[in-house]
Design a protein around this ligand. Structure first.
Ligand code: SF4
Length: 362
């Protein structure tokens, strides 16, 4: 996918199909954008919304906030936690009032120099309020870029910021940077979602690298996941005729160089049921017709620093979708599967299940 293709598809989706409602959407007043971003730094939208409205009612402009009594402001902040944010809010309101005569600075570096304002907030204010081409980089944006462009750099690693910011700077729509930033965040939140992205109805589907290469569930790579104490692993055992899909693990992670089935790793227990599996098959692979599935709880495997929990889901396919016909996914006959090394987590399952006969008996 080229940069211009991506931006075109994204903006087309944004103007025609993006229905995500956010209280501050379209706001251009830097005071309001700044206030909302500071409130949202460690707070969910639903919780922050009421606070934002109460702050605005009491302090409609930055000068009123700057003139407020500290205790009164802290009282209004009560319940939001991370009181440093509130302290910084007052410091910045007073600085802008005294040094910049109450006018919010309009250049990126000055915005970034304000207390309590980091890269993300500075880019949001600069792009939404002043049409400056600074991309916002949050979890949604990182996930979308990693998947669409097939980037395997860990999104929480030391090289992530440089890699993803450089790409986003190339992609951002210069004539509407605020619209672009809003679009990509909304796209990540509603379409290219973390665990169950809606690939089947996604406008990027045809050009998305992760989708084309069957890697949607392997991207983005996260170092934190690799270090997580409990990991939830679901193995889809895809069968087609006499063959089974297997994949070789190559990343720097547990079970390197061993084989496995099609893996989906989630932050929490995915609690699969038939309807959820069919939904996933449709959204990820475009598989319709509700094929027969068998869901089996895996036994926990205790490694030195991690517990591996999860599921095995056997799915018999009538035909192989294109995303599962890529070089790193192999369709092998039972005799070939039997030659491959698998991790114990998979072996303990295959050994004690009837499936063993199907998979490993020649
Ligand atoms: S096809 Fe799937 S992985 Fe690719 S951008 Fe769309 S939702 Fe995300």
């Amino acid at each position: 996918m080229t940069s211009s293709q991506f931006t075109k598809l994204l903006m087309h989706w944004h103007f025609n199909d993006n229905n995500r409602q956010m209280p501050w959407k379209g706001e251009k007043d830097p005071y309001k954008v700044w206030l909302s971003e500071v409130i949202l730094q460690q707070t969910r939208v639903e919780q922050g919304w009421g606070y934002f409205e109460r702050f605005l009612k009491q302090y409609p402009g930055i000068q009123q906030l700057a003139a407020a009594n500290d205790d009164e402001v802290f009282k209004l902040w009560e319940g939001l936690g991370y009181y440093n944010r509130c302290k910084n809010l007052l410091v910045t309101a007073r600085l802008i009032t005294n040094k910049y005569e109450g006018v919010f600075p309009a250049d990126y570096n000055t915005i970034l120099s304000l207390k309590g304002v980091g890269d993300y907030t500075a880019a949001a204010i600069a792009s939404f309020c002043f049409d400056l081409p600074y991309p916002v980089i949050d979890g949604n944006v990182l996930r979308v870029l990693a998947r669409v462009f097939g980037i395997e750099t860990p999104v929480d690693g030391k090289d992530a910021k440089k890699t993803f910011t450089a790409l986003a700077e190339k992609l951002i729509l210069k004539k509407d940077p605020g619209g672009f930033n809003q679009a990509i965040m909304d796209f990540g939140a509603t379409i290219c979602k973390p665990a169950l992205p809606l690939c089947n109805s996604c406008p990027m589907q045809k050009t998305c690298t992760a989708h084309k290469q069957g890697m949607v569930n392997m991207l983005p790579v996260k170092e934190k996941t690799l270090k997580r104490k409990t990991r939830w692993v679901t193995y889809f055992i895809f069968k087609h005729g006499n063959t089974t899909l297997v994949h070789k693990r190559t990343g720097k992670d547990i079970w390197q160089n061993l084989f496995e089935f099609y893996i989906v790793e989630t932050a929490d227990n995915p609690k699969w049921n038939n309807a959820k599996v069919h939904d996933w098959l449709l959204n990820q692979l475009g598989i319709t017709g509700s094929p027969a599935v068998q869901i089996i709880n895996a036994d926990t495997q205790k490694l030195t620093h991690q517990d591996i929990k999860g599921y095995f889901i056997k799915v018999t396919l009538a035909s192989i979708p294109p995303q599962l016909k890529v070089p790193h996914l192999q369709w092998l006959k039972p005799a070939e599967v039997a030659q491959l090394p698998f991790p114990r987590f998979i072996n303990q399952y295959t050994l004690k299940n009837a499936l063993e006969a199907e998979l490993f008996n020649c």
